[in-house]
Design a protein around this ligand. Structure first.
Ligand code: 9MR
Length: 339
């Protein structure tokens, strides 16, 4: 009996709950709003999962490399660069007419062991960073649209974070990194990227840092707001709008670079509804606030999200579920774009 009813449903053309209706993907809806929309991409599913590739092709006009362009993966030994994985990502983006955000040239995590395991003079640190940036940005010249040149350099209290780069070179490392990236590809848009949108003190410190760097003539074109959040702890849309406006007044573009909204188990309809409201509000904030030119989530499907491995008991953070079906969050983004 059940089988008959279910089959009858399909025969009558009913779509299973959550299935994405046939129609324009998010990319087509974002284009007339002059907004890039996209996702961070992991290389394994890009190579092995056609559903992942199809979802990216349907919804994204811009892709960020989740891990493969970070220092450790791309420069594993002093004299060896491993560009293959990142090249495959860039080739996929080119085939689909998508832009690429390179992430991230200067960060304190995912560094190759050879970088941190030995002492160096300031000059040696400078040479190391210069050579890394020149080689990586040079390799992708004309193919990577924007780079996160420096990632997460500001601590929670607004001071510069104690990283190997700060210790090895001093606070000038930021200006140097932007200048070297610009030399290697004068057409690439260069971004500073960080998290902590609810932390007004940190936001002000980032604003001051970028203002001072711009005053010195550093080639900085944009700022990234990562926007990792969860259903219980998230910035107010007004705080996000304020941060975007403040950065835009410096002449910078703002990208939402890594948004996801973690949900605690069990992933109930109520919680997924709260998540959808956050996606809707943040997309609206980006659309309504001058300066916000890209909206990127940190992954596209819950099947390949970083959250469960890093936060036990949390997950379901992305717009598509593990079977690539649209969640309420996907529909909320689509509605905000169609408004
Ligand atoms: O999603 C990335 C995960 O696969 C890595 O293991 C992790 C290493 O720290 O980095 C994750 O991406 C981070 C990004 O590069 C910078 N902002 C925070 C992201 C989530 O941790």
């Amino acid at each position: 009996m059940w089988i008959v009813i279910i089959c009858a449903g399909f025969a009558a053309g009913a779509t299973p709950r959550n299935e994405i209706p046939i129609g324009p993907g998010l990319r087509a809806l974002a284009a007339p709003r002059h907004l890039d929309i996209g996702a961070a991409v992991a290389i394994e599913p890009l190579a092995g999962d056609p559903r992942y590739r199809d979802a990216l092709a349907r919804d994204c006009s811009i892709l960020t490399s989740e891990n493969v362009m970070k220092f450790g993966p791309i420069h594993p030994e002093p004299d060896r660069y491993a560009f293959e994985a990142a090249d495959a990502l860039v080739a996929f983006a080119q085939q689909h007419g998508m832009r690429v955000r390179g992430h991230a040239l200067v960060w304190h995590e995912q560094l190759a062991p050879w970088v941190t395991e030995r002492q160096r003079t300031r000059e040696e640190w400078q040479r190391l960073l210069h050579d890394h940036i020149s080689a990586v940005v040079g390799h992708y010249k004309g193919r990577v649209y924007a780079w996160d040149v420096v990632n997460e350099a500001v601590a929670e209290d607004g001071t510069l974070r104690e990283t190997p780069w700060l210790k090895g070179i001093g606070p000038d490392y930021l200006e140097m990194a932007f200048r070297w990236a610009h030399e290697a590809d004068p057409d690439a848009k260069l971004f500073y990227n960080d998290y902590g949108e609810s932390n007004e003190r940190k936001q002000k410190a980032i604003h001051r840092l970028l203002r001072d760097l711009l005053k010195k003539g550093a080639p900085i074109h944009g700022a990234g707001l990562q926007m990792h959040m969860d259903v219980d702890s998230h910035p107010r849309p007004s705080a996000v709008a304020r941060a975007i406006t403040r950065l835009h007044r410096l002449g910078l573009e703002v990208h939402v670079t890594e948004m996801d909204v973690a949900v605690p188990e069990p992933f109930t309809d109520r919680r997924l509804g709260e998540q959808a409201e956050l996606y809707r509000k943040m997309m609206r904030t980006c659309l309504d606030t001058k300066g916000c030119t890209a909206f990127i989530t940190w992954g596209i499907s819950d099947r390949y999200s970083w959250i469960p491995a890093f936060r036990r008991g949390w997950g379901a953070a992305l717009p598509l579920d593990a079977e690539f079906q649209a969640k309420p969050g996907y529909r909320a983004i689509r509605d905000a774009l169609s408004r």
